[in-house]
Every structure is written in structure tokens, then in C-alpha cells.
Design a protein around this ligand. Sequence first.
Ligand SMILES: NC(=O)c1ccc[n+]([C@@H]2O[C@H](COP(=O)([O-])OP(=O)(O)OC[C@H]3O[C@@H](n4cnc5c(N)ncnc54)[C@H](O)[C@@H]3O)[C@@H](O)[C@H]2O)c1
Length: 247
Amino acid sequence: MSSERLAGKVAIVTGAASGFGRGIATKFAQEGAKVIVADLSEDAGKQVASELGGVFIRTDVTQKADWEAALALAIKEYGQLDIVVNNAGASYSNKATENVTEKEFDMCMNVNVKSIYMSTQVVVPYLLKENRPGNFIQIASTAGIRPRGGLAWYSASKGAAITVTKALASEYGPKQIRFNAVSPVVGVTGMTNLFLGSTDISTFVATVPLGRPSTPADIANACCYLASDEAAFITGVNLEVDGGRCV
Ligand SMILES: NC(=O)c1ccc[n+]([C@@H]2O[C@H](COP(=O)([O-])OP(=O)(O)OC[C@H]3O[C@@H](n4cnc5c(N)ncnc54)[C@H](O)[C@@H]3O)[C@@H](O)[C@H]2O)c1
């Protein structure tokens, strides 16, 4: 038996050109999964895919046609799809909520919530038709359970991601499709400055009992566990990877 924890599995990881998504895609490939790197960012996405021996597809996670193309690519290249990691995310810069524009509100809801809707619209029917077990992981946020001011609608979008994950876990458990969320505390990625606003990261990190920001490896290790058969009886959880921030 292979010691690779994701051997034989095929995963779509969204937002895998950068930050946490890149870390997740890298870990999954190291653990034997075939990975579809799905991102808006073409140059960085292609680079990650070539490093991992995976394939890149330019994807806007808010668009159903892009999800259909990503599923078709997984089947063409690898014959199946087992895992979806909804990691791509968006936020406006930390600010007073009355100054958030409608465009910024829509961006948060579309990239952080509608993406989950689109992924399930496309991938769940495939899994049901093929009678395959499946596995969805949403990258939510500690902001979805312990919000601070300045990111109200981003926090709301992550709260929605966590709630829908639990609803879907309940609905599709009988079909052996698992849904879990992972909630990172602040990490050093392309989005960090948006979250912090005027707060220095050291001030924020002082509220984390384990005393440091999260890393892509922390998030990737949690996702690997949830995606693997080790977590075969785990569904509907929101796993806080936050050094104790939400205690
Ligand atoms: N960095 C943090 O502190 C932090 C904390 C908690 C949660 N998160 C969440 O982690 C996830 C990953 O973010 P990150 O911090 O690695 O940021 P990042 O900016 O490094 O990566 C985000 C990636 O998503 C891609 N993306 C954005 N919109 C897209 C779209 N519509 N379609 C496809 N791809 C798109 C970007 O091109 C980028 O490659 C997000 O969901 C974010 O909300 C981040």
C-alpha cells in the first residue's frame, strides 16, 4: 500500500497560484494527488502547475463555464475528480463599513460564496452520476467566527462559507460526499495587507496564543488531513488553524 496520503486522488485547488492555495496544491502533490491548479493568474498558475507536475487552467471561480471546463480537464487528464478545495478568495481593504462600495460587497460575496455555489452546481451532479464519494474543503477564515471591525462583509462572506459547508455536509452525507471548512488566522500572503489595515501584524499576532501568523504549510497540512481517508468520518467541521486565536 502506498504511504502517500492522497495517492489515487484528483483535486481541483482554486487560487493555487499564490499563498495558501499554492501551499495546498504543493502538499497534495507531495502526497500523491494529481492537481488541477485553477486560478485567474496565468503566469504564476502555470509556474506552480509545472513545478508540481500538475495542470493549470485559467479559472474565474464565479463562472459556471469555468468550473465545467476545470471538471472536464480533470476527467480528460486524470479520468476522475475526487477533491475540490475552494480556496480562492477576495477582500477589500480594512475600512469603516459605511465606506464599503457595492462593487466591493459583490466581489466578496461572489468570490467567497458564489464560487462554492458554482462548484457544487457543477461537481456534485458529476459525483452523483458516477456514484463517487467526494470531498469539498472551503478555506474560510477566523473572521467568519470571530470577526473584528473593518472587514464586516468579508467576515459575513466567510460566515456564509462555514454555514453552507455544514448544510451541505448534512444534505450530501448519505451520498458519501464530505464538506469541511478550514479557517486560518492571518498569514503572510497576497491578502495580508488588505486584512490588517493600519494594524501592524505584530499587534494582531499578539492576540494569537501560539504567537505567530499561520503559514501555507499549516493550512495545507489541515487540508491534507481532511481530504485524506484518515478523515473518512469527518464532515461538517470548521477546523480553526489559528494558534488558539478563537479560543
Ligand atoms: N492570508 C490570510 O491572512 C488569510 C486568513 C484567513 C483566510 N484567508 C483566505 O485564504 C484564501 C487564500 O488567500 P491567500 O491569503 O492565500 O491570498 P493570495 O492573494 O495569496 O491568493 C489568492 C489567490 O486567489 C486567486 N483568485 C482571486 N480571485 C479569483 C477568482 N475569481 N477566480 C480564481 N482565482 C482567484 C488569486 O489570483 C490568488 O492567486 C482566501 O479564501 C482568503 O480569504 C486568508
